[in-house]
Ligand binder design. Structure first.
Ligand SMILES: Nc1ncnc2c1ncn2[C@@H]1O[C@H](COP(=O)(O)OP(=O)(O)OP(=O)(O)O)[C@@H](O)[C@H]1O
Length: 288
């Protein structure tokens, strides 16, 4: 198992940033002299105040904004000039896509982004994100909608995932399960994650690297433990602060609620699962 993890980590893309400065079209300065070297298979948390430049950096890494030549390389390739395959950026624009507010059902939506092809991933994401296949998207809550969006965005097996806080609508247990799934992805596949977030609950064991951004600069970065002298895990999500103790308590409450509810099958959701739909000759059955 350890050997598999190491092999996956070696094959995953590295992310390099070399003295990157960026000015917005209006001339204002966005980033100043950033240098980073995030290793293959790493899970990096981008930490910084509102306006510190996290989104700007992620958009540059994704190739959505053009960085000066030779300042960014992903697996050795400039993402803007070479249009890298396998880089998934999930941020605000993606969240605002109107399709997920129309009167459309979940299986059709997932099918439209390759769900029938990536069947195992689709079923796993539906389970991990606790999605009800009977939902219609014009009549779900914000968090339910976000879960379906996440399943859509993560379905294709990305090699680099750039997440700009898109878990704000998830309840504590859903977010916890989602973050654990992301961690497993980096352990079983060759992939690398950069995640900008303000929500540090349940993240103690998650990151391999931290980047601290302030006013368009990187103030500190490195492997967790090097950056903070080994203290961040306790502060971020351990049992040393009142906030994380509260987080733990809420997590347990939600888990109890879920346990009381039991599995979806047989309660109010028409008993729908992908397995049952396929068994009844429903979605995707003919392509089996
Ligand atoms: N298109 C733009 N033109 C000019 N300035 C911009 C533009 N977009 C963002 N900025 C400015 O750049 C700075 C960095 O913004 P950015 O969105 O990268 O911050 P952030 O760290 O992601 O913040 P948050 O935590 O609030 O999401 C901010 O001060 C913002 O006002």
């Amino acid at each position: 198992m350890a050997a598999v993890k190491e092999q996956n980590a070696e094959l995953a893309p590295s992310i390099g940033v070399n003295n990157l400065s960026y000015a917005f079209p209006d001339g204002s300065s966005g980033l100043k002299g950033l240098t980073l070297d995030l290793p293959p298979g790493s899970r990096t948390l981008l930490i910084g105040a509102n306006g510190s430049g996290k989104t700007t950096l992620l958009r540059l890494l994704s190739g959505k904004r053009m960085a000066p030549a030779s300042t960014i390389s992903i697996a050795g390739i400039d993402p803007f000039t070479s249009g890298l395959e396998g880089v998934t950026y999930l941020g605000l624009e993606w969240v605002l896509n109107p399709i997920v507010r129309t009167d459309i059902d979940v299986p059709t939506l997932l099918s439209s982004v390759g769900g029938d092809y990536y069947r195992d991933r689709r079923n796993e994401l539906v389970r991990i994100l606790d999605i009800d296949l009977a939902w219609r998207m014009h009549a779900v809550s914000d968090g339910e909608r976000r879960r379906v969006q996440l399943a859509m965005g993560l379905l294709r097996p990305w090699r680099v995932l750039l997440l700009d806080e898109i878990t704000v609508d998830l309840d504590l247990l859903s977010r916890h399960n989602f973050l654990q799934w992301l961690k497993r992805e980096t352990e079983r596949r060759a992939c690398t994650i950069v995640y900008a977030t303000h929500i540090l609950d349940n993240l103690a064991e998650w990151p391999s690297h931290l980047v601290h951004m302030s006013l368009g600069r990187v103030k500190k970065w490195g492997a967790i433990g090097e950056v903070d002298g080994g203290g961040a895990a306790g502060q971020v999500g351990g049992t040393t602060t009142g906030n994380s103790r509260l987080g733990q308590l809420v997590l347990e409450w939600l888990q109890e609620d879920l346990d009381e509810r039991g599995p979806r099958e047989g309660r109010g959701s028409e008993g729908k699962t992908y397995e049952s739909l396929e068994g009844k000759g429903g979605y995707g059955a003919e392509s089996r």
